[in-house]
Design a protein around this ligand. Structure first.
Ligand code: TEU
Ligand code: CA
Length: 550
């Protein structure tokens, strides 16, 4: 068998640079801030950083609207800083995974500036242009950021497509010059020594908008195979596609090595648990542990031997897990650890979003004036016009809004949590007096050390990387228990995802306790003996074999 790819046994840390660490006190995080914190990340033990976009951008969508793929955003630093970051990270054993946003560009990108010059411009066909139908937009496609996905251009009397903001026109992937231009910019970064790409909304590039097809278009996998061959195919780069519309069958197409597409995809099926069926994320529904068990187990099994899973609770688009499905008040520590243990012992590549490792929480707002995110602000006005009450909309924003994850990283108890000495671009969560890196590093029982331990366990134990996943079926509804099994070793992971006690009966007698989020007696589990699980209690035992702990 070939040597196992490095990204199957490591953990990735996601950085939202704007909110990570400011070094020149303009209130905006920067590349030098990341360089400064590499020692911290090395202590955590991660092997790669997924860096949210750092390219030149007018920041309509905080870097997801790129105006130059081969230049660094002025606020973040220079190309020399970027080269230094790649090299310094390498010295720390950390690879830099770039965010590749190529479904769309900024409307300030030179390709679009040319394209909108007129129908005869050589760049016209780089984007998706269409004539009006009966004096209106070509069809009813809507933008993720509210309203029509078509923007009228007075000068040429045509519409262009934007599945996100009007300042984010969609590239036309049917044009082979577009595809080649993307492969060229990817090769530019590969030559700089990056460790991979996270591909923004990659499932949209095969779109056929005039037929109403956006996700999972007919040419999608052909384009990705072509990209693989033209760029990273013969390298050890890690590639992860963001695919909101992936089923396990589709995920296998992306990540089956034989097909030469991507390493893995982010799937979001579990992210829909707390929204109403058929509605969108703002239409809140209660969290359900049985649903979570069913969905994650389905993915664990389906991609068990063919393809590869990514494992995550958080990112810059999602609310904080401890606030979302845990308890960010009296059980903040326990529930943050419980979700960490639950996820990090599954099969796949785990991702940690900045601040998750110290149990950072959502930031509730009282008024829309406190919001920054374009998605949130547009939705607010759309729903207000549709008759929703302000209170109802703010409730949805506090539960699901993207700003929750984007508040500045909490480093210490100094002003602005040590993020900046200037005025932070987005409010700092006032709970930084309790929740910060300095405090977490000083407490040997902190959330941070649970993550550190989980990362180290994965690096050292192939059963965590490659073992089979088996859900424990006979448990209380709110208890999520599973085993990881290979020829030599068997692990039992038990997590009570509730703030009430639950009973759990071990299916087999165990050997040593590996990890827990409450102090437990060192004695093994006895088969058939009922355990009283405390709120959010989580523990891991060896059932067979032994773990390597060094
Ligand atoms: O997100 C894709 C996307 O569809 C999100 O807008 C998502 O629907 C929403 O946030 C769910 O809450 C990616 C990036 O991760 C996001 O930050 C960008 O805004 C978006 O693409 C456009 O590039
Ligand atoms: Ca700065």
């Amino acid at each position: 068998m070939n040597k196992q790819p490095w990204w199957q046994s490591t953990v990735v840390y996601q950085i939202y640079p704007r909110s990570f660490q400011d070094t020149n006190n303009d209130g905006i995080g920067d590349l030098r801030g990341i360089i400064q914190q590499l020692d911290y990340l090395k202590t955590l033990g991660i092997g790669a950083i997924w860096l949210c976009p750092v390219y030149q951008s007018p920041n309509t969508d905080n870097g997801y609207d790129i105006s130059d793929y081969e230049a660094i955003m002025t606020e973040f630093g220079t190309m020399a800083d970027m080269d230094e970051l790649i090299a310094a990270a390498k010295d720390h054993g950390i690879k830099i995974v770039m965010d590749l946003v190529v479904n769309h560009t900024s409307d300030q990108h030179k390709w679009f500036i040319e394209s909108r010059q007129g129908k005869d411009n050589p760049y016209r066909d780089y984007y998706v242009w269409a004539d009006p139908v009966d004096g209106h937009a070509p069809n009813a496609l809507t933008s993720t950021f509210s309203g029509s996905a078509w923007q009228f251009d007075e000068a040429s009397s045509q519409y262009y497509l934007h599945l996100f903001a009007p300042q984010q026109p969609d590239l036309n992937w049917e044009n082979k010059h577009v595809r080649q231009a993307v492969y060229n910019l990817m090769n530019f970064w590969i030559e700089k020594g990056v460790g991979g790409f996270r591909m923004d909304v990659i499932d949209l590039i095969g779109k056929q908008p005039l037929k109403g097809i956006t996700g999972n278009g007919p040419m999608l996998h052909r384009y990705l195979h072509e990209m693989n061959r033209a760029t990273f195919g013969e390298t050890d780069l890690m590639t992860v596609g963001e695919t909101w519309g992936a089923t396990p069958e589709i995920a296998k197409q992306y990540s089956d090595p034989a097909r030469e597409e991507l390493s893995m995809v982010f799937q979001f099926e579990h992210s829909g648990i707390d929204q109403q069926d058929g509605k969108d994320k703002w239409d809140l529904a209660p969290f359900s542990v049985p649903k979570l068990k069913a969905i994650l187990s389905k993915w664990q099994v389906a991609l068990g031997s063919q393809g590869w899973n990514s494992l995550f609770w958080n990112n810059h688009d999602l609310p904080r897990i401890v606030s979302r499905w845990g308890n960010d008040k009296e059980y903040r520590e326990q529930s943050a650890k419980a979700f960490a243990i639950l996820l990090h012992l599954m099969k796949g590549t785990p991702y940690i979003y900045q601040g998750e490792e110290i149990g950072m929480t959502n930031y509730p707002i009282q008024d829309i004036a406190e919001a920054d995110d374009i998605e949130t602000i547009n939705m607010y006005h759309e729903r207000l016009a549709a008759g929703y009450s302000k209170a109802n909309i703010i409730q949805s924003i506090n539960a699901k809004g993207r700003d929750n994850a984007r508040t500045p990283m909490q480093w210490d108890t100094s002003k602005n949590a040590g993020f900046t000495k200037g005025k932070p671009w987005l409010h700092v969560n006032p709970n930084y007096q309790q929740i910060n890196v300095k405090a977490t590093l000083a407490d040997k029982d902190s959330i941070f050390y649970t993550y550190q331990r989980l990362i180290a366990l994965r690096r050292q134990n192939t059963v965590i990387v490659n073992g089979e996943y088996e859900l424990e079926q006979e448990t209380a509804a709110n208890v999520f228990a599973y085993r990881r099994v290979d020829a030599d070793t068997e692990l039992l992971i038990v997590v009570n995802l509730a703030e009430t006690e639950n009973e759990y009966t071990a299916p087999a007698s165990s050997k040593q306790l590996v990890l827990s989020n409450y102090s437990r007696e060192k004695k093994p589990l006895i088969r058939g003996e009922a355990q009283q699980l405390r709120p959010y209690e989580a523990f891991v035992y060896v059932l067979k074999g032994a773990l390597d702990e060094h």
